[in-house]
Write a protein that binds this ligand. Structure first.
Ligand SMILES: C[S@@+](CC[C@H](N)C(=O)[O-])C[C@H]1O[C@@H](n2cnc3c(N)ncnc32)[C@H](O)[C@@H]1O
Length: 287
């Protein structure tokens, strides 16, 4: 393999960063080079300059950029990842919300950086379980990702055993429901009922103006996404999340992620062995 000119790799890294906030340096240069070559083969281009030209049109035609980003990042996710956060939602956040507001508003959840929908469908199962006990409770569940191929797969709701591993069977037992019908290879299509509860849309977290769609959220899941961004973008995003959350709303981050103290007015709250960042209730809402 002939090596690529470093300034061409730097140019591509710059385009990826401009478009998505992702810092390619987080993926080692050697790996980045291999992934760029893979994408050039995929798009049948022989010269790196031609490939750069394709990426430069990404605002009109994001697929090539999506594919490169998908290759540079890890879209891995699985059902009920970090299960203690789902317990937090079920045991603390939902009872508190419906006690405070009654049933006039839906409880609104966003999964930002949702990959193929594992996180959002886990929330939908939990919501259905809650509704089986409290039928008046309503939910609004939205999910978004920069990668349109991920979104397509999310809408189809067909998962292989990697996504289903680990925690799903335990929650299916607890909730007394199945995610869907498994086939003989251990794959599973999400039931129509659970699929109908989630709305997927394209979301680019780098584009701060587009984050208005998060307005009125009671939970924002943004897990294992911010690791790719620089500190400046991460902190801007925390401030935007604070702005768009409802009072009392929380952000859940990935297990190894945290928010620096003093951002946006969040306080850290915990339940059992999970924690979240909470926007305070308005003083008249406090009991
Ligand atoms: C490791 S997955 C995390 C999936 C899920 N949140 C979880 O924790 O299991 C990271 C996801 O972030 C998405 N992503 C990366 N940059 C993004 C951006 N700028 N805007 C929205 N999503 C982005 C990727 O496409 C990928 O699906």
């Amino acid at each position: 393999m002939t090596s690529m000119e470093p300034r061409k790799i730097a140019k591509i890294s710059h385009l990826v960063h401009e478009y998505s906030g992702i810092m390619v340096e987080r993926v080692t240069t050697r790996q980045a080079e291999k992934k760029i070559l893979d994408q050039m083969m995929r798009y049948k281009v022989n010269s790196i300059d031609d490939y750069i030209r394709i990426l430069e049109t990404c605002n009109h035609n994001p697929l090539a950029m999506d594919d490169l980003i998908a290759d540079l990042t890890v879209s891995e996710s699985f059902f009920f990842r970090n299960p203690a956060q789902f317990d937090f939602m079920l045991e603390v956040l939902l009872p508190e919300f419906f006690t405070l507001h009654g049933y006039q508003f839906p409880f609104r959840v966003w999964s930002a950086g949702c990959s193929r929908g594992e996180e959002a469908y886990s929330v939908a199962m939990l919501a259905r379980y809650f509704q089986n006990r409290v039928p008046e409770a309503r939910f609004s569940i939205n999910a978004g990702d920069i990668n349109s191929r991920n979104l397509q797969m999310a809408r189809e709701g067909f998962f292989n055993s990697r996504s289903l591993r680990d925690k799903l069977p335990e929650f299916e037992n607890r909730f007394g429901m199945k995610l869907g019908k498994p086939d003989s290879d251990g794959n599973c299509r999400v039931s129509d009922d659970i699929r109908s509860m989630v709305e997927f849309q394209r979301l680019n977290l780098k584009n701060l103006q587009s984050l208005q769609c998060l307005t009125g959220s009671d939970i924002i899941f943004c897990r294992n996404v911010l690791i790719y961004f620089d500190e400046n973008l991460r902190n801007r995003l925390f401030e935007e999340f604070f702005k768009y959350l409802n009072p009392g709303g929380v952000v859940f981050l990935g297990e190894t992620e945290c928010m620096p103290a003093g951002i946006g007015g969040f306080t850290m709250v915990n339940h059992k062995n999970s924690y979240a960042y909470r926007k305070p209730l308005l003083s008249k809402q406090k009991t």
